[in-house]
Ligand binder design. Sequence first.
Ligand code: BDR
Ligand code: CA
Length: 313
Amino acid sequence: MSASSPRRVLLDADTGLDDALALAYLTAVPELELLAVTGVDGCVDGIRAAHNSAMVLQALGHPEVPIGAATGQYDGIATPPPVQAFGPSGMGEVVVGPPDEARSFPDSVELMARILDRDRLPTTLLCTGPLTNAAKLLRDHPGAARWIDRIFVMGGSIAAGGNVTAAAEFNILRDPEAADAVFLADIPTTLYGLDVFVQPVISTDELGTRPDDSPRARLSHLLLRELAALFPGRGAFLGDGGAAVVLMNPELASKTSYPARVELEGTHTRGATVVDRRDSQGGDWPRIDFVTAVDPDGIVSEFLRQINRKEAP
Ligand code: BDR
Ligand code: CA
């Protein structure tokens, strides 16, 4: 691959409002090739996630991106009900549809494996939902999975605790066995977790300005305004959109590698990311790269720059 080749990215997402922001960004960046978007059970089920991705990609003018869908947990453990942080549709009150209910999608894991086997080129897997599909890909398609150069995950935390329980972040708690399997796989893995997740915020002032007259800018504006309405505060947090920005712009974040596992038991701690911050400890635990700090303003301005960039006709 030449130095100028775009970065190849597979996005696995439980497509809701902030995953949709990630999609808006990923389809805007010229240095990136979005190979597929695969649905996973999370804040909506994996079929609904695929329909949401299809509607968002259509609205963004990228209906050509392949989409997969899948439901179910990694270990066959009963699927917990979704935590509908963004309402039943995953998109709050934002209407990007209607979904094409007649459309069927290939299985998420099979689609990822097919693309990796076909191209045989280094590819990054960005996960903005639970890690069910990622873990299944590693277990069921080891040959294809060896083309994954990094798994970049929105999930977990180092010291920020959880958001669904005191200890656990949603994407990890939804399928802890899958997350731990990903940790244990011998593939470089980055966690962009709750320590930084809510820091990149688009201010209320910025949200009050009229968006550029492009489908991407208009849709992003709607998504951001909805996030600001659902989570009132200083404005709208970029969430998964921030993870996508940091994936493509590592200079906007600091990372530290720590030994880490996922708590699979625990009366109050199932789904917690257990991070060993003692010097030179950790035994045989895998080392995971944690995003420890971000440049929130840099992330927001890069996001807005790409969202508002005029695409070549
Ligand atoms: C994560 O859970 C989902 O609700 C968001 O899209 C994000 O990926 C935050 O815990
Ligand atoms: Ca998500």
